[in-house]
Design a protein around this ligand. Structure first.
Ligand SMILES: Cc1ncc(COP(=O)(O)O)c(C=O)c1O
Length: 406
């Protein structure tokens, strides 16, 4: 297909840092997106998890527009009513005890703040992260991110980061010692392929770092605010992080990162040691307050658990039917199907059939739809993938029958 004029303009000037789908999305509503030709897509990308209450939710849109007519720019060096209101609402849904927040503009920045707070609060430098982890691409966050393809051209990264194997107790015991400032953990690895650690291992990490006098940092940038069917994924594991990193959808797609901890930990950084021009911007905060209202009023965390289970069972049905699918995993509306082959053609075919989904590595299909997605929309997605997997299987495994996994 020929690129549209919007695609030509972006291709001419915009940095070529994103792997692009050849579509131009111009509007959305709920779990649906529309391109410039008004073709409809069921959105299982959720803008990489940044749409939780659904696209262009009217209450969020009104809150943004009302705030924009009052005040758009307001630095953190003065107080602001929209920021105060957001802070107050956040404090009602965050784990109790994590009641002091720093607002930034992205998930990576929430992680940057957590690194600095963890190091200053403990007076230590060593940070233990997990193989397969993704914490962002700025230099500090990248030092905690695992994948060599993101890291290799930018070394030396920040020193004293060590990665330990996922779900391995022995190495954790050897590595988490009295000089460790913090363990950084995604309760479910997102970019790493929707990998859920065992509850026992996560509990061990928490015990080890606390016994060593360090801090547990949970990166819930992708899992937070209902994505996994609980407000925070740490609840599935019964762990209590000392520092929580948040971002993605809590401002419905406006840029945000939040670092939260107890006052005694956050306040080890003094005035001026960590600030950012746009942090706590009033329009973003107004969007954040409205997003929390919608999340609670529409019971979207429960919906993520319920509809997510339906989706997962449907994906498991596809796995039983199509040998090309090796495994289905995930919690709530953070789901993945691992295929036996490169999954990128499958995603392109799904896009052509009006379903957008993500990858997470070459052979993992990842689904992060807005938490408002409905069962009938899930049924449509499953029907599309059923057809595509059937075709893909016939092409790649000509001798396969459609019940070969059963
Ligand atoms: C777990 C996790 N941490 C950090 C980040 C980085 O967030 P951002 O892209 O907003 O910088 C992401 C982004 O996908 C993420 O999934």
């Amino acid at each position: 297909m020929m690129p549209s004029r919007f695609q030509e303009i972006e291709d001419a000037h915009y940095a070529r840092y994103y792997a692009r789908k050849p579509i131009t999305i111009v509007r959305g509503r709920g779990a649906l997106l529309y391109d410039e030709n008004d073709k409809e897509y069921v959105d299982c990308t959720g803008a990489y998890g940044a749409s939780i209450v659904g696209h262009a939710h009217p209450l969020v849109a009104r809150a943004i527009s009302d705030q924009a007519t009052k005040l758009i720019a307001c630095h953190g060096s003065t107080y602001n009513d929209a920021r105060a209101s957001f802070v107050s609402k956040l404090s009602t849904i965050l784990p109790s005890g994590l009641n002091r927040f720093f607002f930034a503009n992205s998930g990576a920045e929430a992680v940057e703040c957590a690194i600095k707070v963890a190091r200053k609060a403990t007076g230590r430098r060593k940070i233990v992260a997990i193989k397969g982890a993704f914490h962002g691409k700025t230099h500090g966050a990248l030092s905690a991110t695992w994948d060599a393809k993101y890291r290799k051209n930018f070394e030396p990264l920040v020193p004293d980061f060590i990665h330990i194997p996922f779900n391995s107790s022995e190495v954790a015991k050897e590595t988490i010692t009295n000089d460790t400032a913090a363990v950084f953990l995604e309760p479910v690895q997102g970019e790493g392929g929707i990998r859920i650690p065992s509850k026992e291992w996560v509990t061990l990490l928490s015990d080890l770092i606390h016994d060593a006098g360090g801090l547990l940092v949970a990166d819930e940038i992708q899992t937070g605010f209902g994505r996994t069917g609980r407000m925070f994924a740490c609840e599935h594991m019964s762990i209590n992080p000392d520092i929580l990193c948040l971002g993605k959808g809590i401002a419905s797609g406006l840029p945000i990162g939040i670092t939260a901890a107890a006052d005694g930990i956050m306040s080890t950084l003094s005035v001026g040691e960590h600030t950012t021009t746009f942090g706590g911007n009033p329009v973003v905060c107004a969007a954040g307050s409205a997003t929390i209202d919608v999340l609670l009023e529409e019971r979207l965390v429960d919906n993520a658990a319920k509809v997510g289970e339906h989706f997962k069972v449907g994906l498991q049905g596809l796995m039983d039917k199509h040998r090309i699918v090796r495994e289905v995993r995930g919690l709530g509306l953070m789901l993945a199907s691992e295929t036996r082959f490169d999954a990128r053609d499958i995603l392109t075919n799904a896009m052509n059939e009006g379903v957008l989904a993500l990858d997470a590595g070459r052979n993992v299909l990842r689904f992060l739809p807005p938490l408002c997605i409905r069962t009938d929309q899930i049924e449509h997605v499953l029907a599309v993938f059923d057809r595509i997997l059937e075709k893909e299987e016939l092409a790649r495994l000509p001798s396969a029958t459609s019940t070969s996994n059963a």
